[in-house]
Structure formats: structure tokens, C-alpha cells
Design a protein around this ligand. Structure first.
Ligand code: ADP
Length: 262
């Protein structure tokens, strides 16, 4: 099913979680980024349009300002993301440069999505960038988003962006193969659910465990994001981004994931 969804989609938005972007050393994984850019470039050559939603500003910030690791103060955390966002985009830029592709940074807040003028501008900018073959990379604008006004997790940001751009497909890359009946990190016998048509029944029937250390939403927000996108007719794939050549393998039907579709 995942292969068919990718085959049928022209406009694909791909969200990458912090735990996928960071290597075991806690730093941005440049090898992953380069490999990902290569696969995006291959999809574009097949006529697909790609928008990326990238987490990882905090992870990248911590690599640069490691002495801030224990600072919990909100202003330090926002400052950390401001530092890290530059590092993150630098890493993306170097990755896509190798494929001759330019990137663009789009930082959004929850309020941006509630304002008609702003959404119109965001939409037009996205369309222009993509038409010009540039890869927009979206993230939450942490400098202005304090807790109360935050979108809060990039799964929701990705779903909202997918709706805004009128995407044909949303792919959420995490560090697990998809939705399981229980947390695969806690239970060896957890079973992968490969196809979901009724999100509510999945919610009722699975056991949701904890998110990762850098993860913000966990599986619950991924289900909410999938529901939001599906309500606009946009199917969603949740898959493992830490597996080698994940995008290529998903498209070829060689990697399993969870497909949410109507
Ligand atoms: P990301 O940072 O990639 O967005 P999160 O940490 O927010 O990811 O959420 C993914 C994590 O949710 C997985 O690594 C897994 O340990 C946890 N999890 C808890 N319950 C489940 C479940 N039923 N199925 C799959 N993953 C689950």
C-alpha cells in the first residue's frame, strides 16, 4: 500500500523527527541527510514535488552550545533553537547542494495558520519555491512560539502544512516502522499495523507508550496528525526513517510502514 500511495502522489510532504536526524552521538547525522537528499532528488526526477518538515533545531543547537544542555529556562531553550536552526539548515543545505538543489527555510507558528492573509502568503511562497525546483524546509518558529501559542510538535505542523499546500501525501519518518499494537521499544512481541482506515478504532485498541527523549508528541500526536490530514483527503504514511534508503525502499515496496487512507 505504501508503494502505491507514493506512486499515485505528485505533491509529497515529508516530516523527519529529531531521532531520525540525530545519530547515536546526538549530533545531526550528515550521512542520513546526504542519503535522504539523494532519494528526494531521484523522486523529483520522476516528476514528484517535495516539501520537507524538519525537526532537529534543539539537537543541532546542543551540539554547538553543549554547555547549555542543562539550562531549562525558556529563553535559553528558545535561544538554543535559534542557534540550532542555523546549524540544521546548514546541514540540509550541504546535503542538497551535492544534488545541485537549493533549499529554502520556512519558519511557522500556530498563529500563522489562523490568519487568512498569512496562509495565502505561505501558500503562494510554497507554490513558487516548489515550481522553481527548490526544496522548502519547514520548522516551527521556536523564537516566537512560547508554550501557550505553540503548535508544539512537528507531526501536527506537517499535517497543517500538507493541508495548506494541498499535498497528495504526507510521510512521517520516525524511528519505528509504524504504529504497533503496543510500544515496540517495551514489548518484543508488538505487532505492526500496516493499514489503518479507522483511526479511532486504532486509538481504542493499541497501547501507547512513551515518546523518545527528543520526541515531543509520540504516537498519539502522529495519530492526530494523520486524522487531520485524512479529513482533507490526504493519505499518510508512518515509517522508519532510520532504515537505510527508507524513501527509496518505501516507494519500491521493500520497506514496511503504516498506511493511513480512506
Ligand atoms: P519522533 O521524534 O520521530 O517524532 P516520537 O518520539 O515523538 O518520534 O514518537 C515515536 C515513539 O513512540 C517511538 O519511538 C516509540 O517508542 C513510541 N511508541 C509508543 N507507543 C507506540 C506504539 N503503540 N506504536 C509505535 N510506537 C510507539
Amino acid at each position: 500500500m505504501t508503494a502505491k500511495l507514493i506512486e499515485d502522489a505528485r505533491k509529497i510532504i515529508i516530516k523527519i523527527g529529531s531521532n531520525t536526524l540525530a545519530g547515536n552521538d546526538g549530533k545531526i547525522n550528515a550521512v542520513f541527510l546526504a542519503e535522504f537528499a539523494e532519494q528526494v532528488s531521484a523522486l523529483m526526477k520522476k516528476g514528484k514535488q517535495i516539501v520537507v518538515v524538519s525537526s532537529g533545531a534543539q539537537v543541532a543547537g546542543l551540539s554547538t552550545m553543549d554547555k547549555w544542555a542543562r539550562k531549562k529556562d525558556i529563553h535559553y531553550r528558545q535561544a538554543l533553537c535559534a542557534v540550532g536552526q542555523v546549524e540544521l539548515m546548514g546541514a540540509w543545505s550541504r546535503a542538497f547542494e551535492q544534488k545541485g538543489l537549493h533549499i529554502a527555510q520556512i519558519l511557522l507558528t500556530r498563529e500563522d495558520f489562523n490568519d487568512t492573509n498569512r496562509t495565502l502568503n505561505m501558500r503562494n511562497t510554497l507554490f513558487t519555491l516548489v515550481d522553481e525546483g527548490i526544496i522548502p524546509i519547514i520548522n516551527e518558529n521556536d523564537t516566537v512560539s512560547v508554550e501557550e501559542i505553540k503548535i508544539g510538535d512537528n507531526d501536527t505542523l506537517a499535517a497543517r502544512s500538507a493541508i495548506l499546500w494541498s499535498a497528495d501525501l504526507l510521510i512521517l519518518f520516525s524511528d519505528i516502522d509504524g504504529v504497533y499494537d503496543k510500544n515496540p521499544k517495551e514489548f518484543d512481541n508488538a505487532a505492526l499495523i500496516e493499514e489503518v482506515k479507522d483511526i479511532n478504532s486504532v486509538r481504542k485498541n493499541i497501547h501507547i507508550g512513551e515518546a523518545n527523549s527528543f520526541g515531543t508528541g509520540g504516537i498519539a500526536t502522529k495519530l492526530d496528525a494523520a486524522e487531520m490530514a485524512l479529513s482533507y483527503g490526504i493519505p499518510v504514511i508512518l515509517a522508519n526513517g532510520t532504515k537505510p534508503r527508507c524513501l527509496e525502499n518505501l516507494a519500491a515496496g521493500n520497506q514496511k510502514g503504516t498506511a493511513f487512507f480512506a
